[in-house]
Design a protein around this ligand. Structure first.
Ligand code: GLN
Ligand code: ZN
Length: 762
């Protein structure tokens, strides 16, 4: 029977215990000891589950209070001194770097946070400066957790963030570069290896996802430099076996180099790693274990055993059977705990899913070649899980290129719309949501629980819309919104009104820190049942003469924030959702809504890790899916889109190609570099780079905003500029929102006056 391995397990708790305990700790309701006790229980839970399932290689150090990369920075003693100087306890220092700290000991911002490769998990960016001295922390977390697992009789594999990935992700604030930190980092890790071996460890894992990116020559030599030194030290001092674990893709750019280093185990991803199979077919060392990631560690569907078996038999052509260890394609962190908590789903539905705990069972069944399990699995996949929706199928089949091309061309539309709306220069607007105060949430909750009637629910929201419109008129904003009081979440709101979607009760997945998301599941063909937003938008528009934007979420974002189907392509799913949203767009237009915003907050999220895949695997269907949604509207109807980031320098043409009329995006936290890119690309779409950060309660001053607008005016043609916040105002308080927006409008008016003067002077 083949062996099985796991390299990371969910850690938030089946009922998000870690989140709630951490929040209590920050409020001072529990102390550090109590928080540590909760954490310990969660670790034990994960280990016991893996032990009971009979997993052969079980990791430790995969737990984290916030993030494993931050843990690594802490482990290597490389937290920036501004956090250490606060003089707090180690755990509080750690949290200061994670959340920022404002209190008696000082005032420091958090480390920046970034998306972890192509997942929705976020890591904290390590910061290395010329004064950073890397050295191993005392009584470190990997040591403590390894010892803890020994109490269960488990000899775990401590999982460490690989030094290449760590140095690759770090930001460098001084002259020193990655190379300058190698020696100290290697010393720290080899010391750690010694300590772990002394406790009885036999293996350690170096997790190196950065190896699946495009790797250039310089990076290749950085990798070799690190591992030649690290391996020779560890080999000289210990008998530890070393697993180099890679995931989220394949390591084609330095596979030969990896082989040349002589690891005891190599972890390859056979799900997202398109070339993994051909790499091992080329060569795989005789005495090395292959940790074969053949079970999808990111999606919740059951594995098709027949397919897995044929994959395994391909693998066996290059690797001896006894050297194959069956594993998930990546850490199980990116999955919810277990389907057993989903009481609202029928058993039939649930049999199609495998969350983290069920994946353990899949690994074992695959390793055992269990006949009964195979027969069962075969039956499962032979059943018709869901019927195709004939209307959706016909609609898809009748799509032609015209469905993706809006007419007339942008330049003509822009002129028509300037006339149609007659907006001033620097038109002001917001991104959609207004503060979701307690009463707003209570109203939704009461309605959902059946405590109030539909009329009561609607009339409360209408009152909120009235207030929201009145406020925006008073502030003198130009393009208004209805406030989105009916929505809890920009994907769930639409998913729950479309056929084909199903929702879980507890399938939480960690996004950042202890925050989780609960992505809906695309179960069958997606279609709209009836209008989803029209009543709210039409009501809001009836309260004012100014244009009110209809607010929708775009197909790519809806799909990216869902668990997708595996039986049809992402492209087809995006088109199905696109068709449903298109119906909504056309209904809004038919009902007198003249501006429609289609948010694509998450468009960049699933951009493939390798540049060579950007178009063929993603952009070639994602951009058309957006165009499909708005291609049929009239020239006068203005289409906006919004994105929650501004790192799109490298896909700027594709963004322009979405052919929206206006795009708003987050810019205030980035250094406005995007403006140069817009300028160089001759960006045609009108733009509203966010002028202030809505993620903080700070109220931006008028001069701050005019300052930002001045910079924008230098780079973007005046008549293409919009003025708006960074993102929706849902999480903000009412008072700060009013003050911020009032300053925003005032700043726009100042710029307007100046520009008119400027025009005349010329
Ligand atoms: N329209 C949404 C809002 O304002 C957009 C949210 C987002 O971009 N994440 O809330
Ligand atoms: Zn946003």
């Amino acid at each position: 029977m083949a062996k099985t391995a796991v390299t990371g397990f969910p850690r938030i708790g089946k009922k998000r215990e870690l989140k709630f305990a951490s929040e209590k700790f920050f409020k001072g309701e529990i102390n550090e000891e109590e928080l540590q006790a909760v954490a310990k229980e969660l670790r034990f839970y994960g280990w016991k589950k893996q032990q009971e399932a009979g997993i052969d290689f079980i990791p430790s150090n995969d737990f984290s209070f916030y993030d494993n990369v931050l843990d690594t920075a802490f482990l290597l003693g490389s937290l920036p001194s501004r956090y250490v100087k606060l003089g707090l306890s180690p755990l509080e220092t750690y949290f200061a770097a994670a959340h920022g700290y404002q209190g008696n000991a000082g005032d420091v911002k958090a480390l920046p946070m970034k998306k972890w490769f192509n997942t929705n998990y976020h890591y904290l960016v390590p910061e290395l400066g010329d004064d950073t001295k890397i050295q191993l922390a005392e009584n470190s977390k990997p040591v403590r957790e390894f010892s803890e697992a020994l109490c269960l009789g488990l000899k775990t594999l401590p999982a460490l963030t690989g030094l290449y990935t760590f140095l690759h992700l770090a930001s460098y604030t001084g002259e020193k570069k990655a190379e300058d930190f190698i020696d100290d980092a290697v010393n720290a890790y080899s010391q750690l290896a010694l300590q772990l071996e002394a406790l009885g460890a036999e293996w350690i894992i170096f997790s190196e996802p950065a190896l699946v990116l495009d790797v250039n020559e310089e990076e290749k030599s950085l990798f070799l430099n690190i591992y030649k030194k690290l391996l020779s030290k560890i080999r000289a001092e210990t008998k530890l076996k070393i697993l180099l674990n890679t995931f989220f893709g394949d390591i084609r750019d330095l596979y030969d180099e990896v082989l040349s280093l002589g690891f005891d185990g190599i972890g390859l991803d056979f799900i997202e790693g398109k070339e993994s199979l051909s790499l091992i077919n080329k060569a795989f060392p005789k005495n090395t274990l292959l940790f074969a990631g053949i079970v999808n560690g990111k999606n919740i569907w059951r594995a098709n055993y027949e397919n897995k078996l044929s994959l395994l038999s391909e693998i066996k052509k290059s690797v001896a059977e006894e050297n194959i260890v069956i594993a998930p394609s990546c850490s199980l962190l990116h999955l919810p705990y277990t389907t057993s908590l989903e009481d609202k789903l029928s058993d039939e539905v649930k049999t199609h899913f495998a969350f983290a705990e069920e994946k353990l069972c899949e690994l074992k069944e695959l390793a055992a070649g269990d006949d009964a399990a195979f027969a069962e699995n075969k039956k499962l996949f032979a059943r018709e899980r869901v019927k195709k929706n004939p209307q959706v199928q016909t609609a898809l089949l009748s799509l032609t290129s015209d469905d993706f091309i809006r007419k007339p061309d942008f330049d003509i539309r822009e002129k028509i719309q300037k006339k149609e709306f007659n907006l001033p220069l620097f038109p002001t607007t917001t991104i959609g949501s207004f503060p979701q105060t307690k009463d707003v949430r209570a109203n939704r909750a009461a309605y959902k629980k059946g405590q109030i009637s539909r009329e009561e629910y609607v009339s409360f929201n209408q009152k909120k819309i009235d207030e929201c419109i009145a406020l925006q008129e008073k502030l003198d904003l130009d393009v208004l919104v209805h406030g989105e009081f009916e929505r809890n979440d920009m994907v769930e709101y639409f998913g729950s009104q479309m056929d084909g979607y199903i929702f879980t009760s507890n399938a939480w997945v960690q996004s950042y820190g202890t925050r989780c998301v609960k992505p809906p599941v695309v179960w069958g063909d997606v279609s709209r049942r009836s209008p989803m937003t029209v009543e709210w938008s039409v009501y809001a528009q009836s309260r004012t003469k100014k244009p009110v934007k209809g607010m929708l979420t775009g197909p790519v974002t809806i799909l990216n924030w869902s668990f997708p189907r595996e039986d049809i392509s992402l492209k087809e799913q995006a088109q199905q959702i696109g068709l449903a949203i298109r119906e909504e767009v056309l209904d809004l237009e038919a009902n007198g809504i003249r501006i429609i915003q289609i948010d694509e907050a998450a468009l960049r999220e699933k951009l493939p890790l390798r540049k060579s895949d950007w178009h063929s695997e993603y952009l070639d269907w994602a951009i058309p899916a957006f165009r499909l949604v708005h291609a049929k509207v009239r020239a006068e109807t203005q289409i906006h889109t919004h994105m929650c980031y501004s790192e799109f320098n490298d896909i700027i043409r594709e963004i322009d190609d979405m052919d929206a009329d206006v795009i708003t995006f987050e810019a205030s936290r980035s250094d406005l570099k995007i403006l140069d890119a817009l300028n160089e690309a001759n960006f045609k779409t009108e733009v509203g780079p966010g002028v202030y950060d809505i993620h903080s309660p700070r109220v931006p001053s008028v001069s701050e905003i005019t300052g930002a607008l001045n910079k924008m005016r230098d780079k973007v043609p005046l008549e293409k500029l919009w003025v708006n916040p960074d993102c929706g105002l849902k999480t903000r308080g009412e008072e700060e929102t009013v003050r911020s927006l009032s300053n925003l409008v005032e700043a726009a008016k100042i710029l307007r006056a100046e520009s008119i003067f400027f025009d005349k002077a010329v």
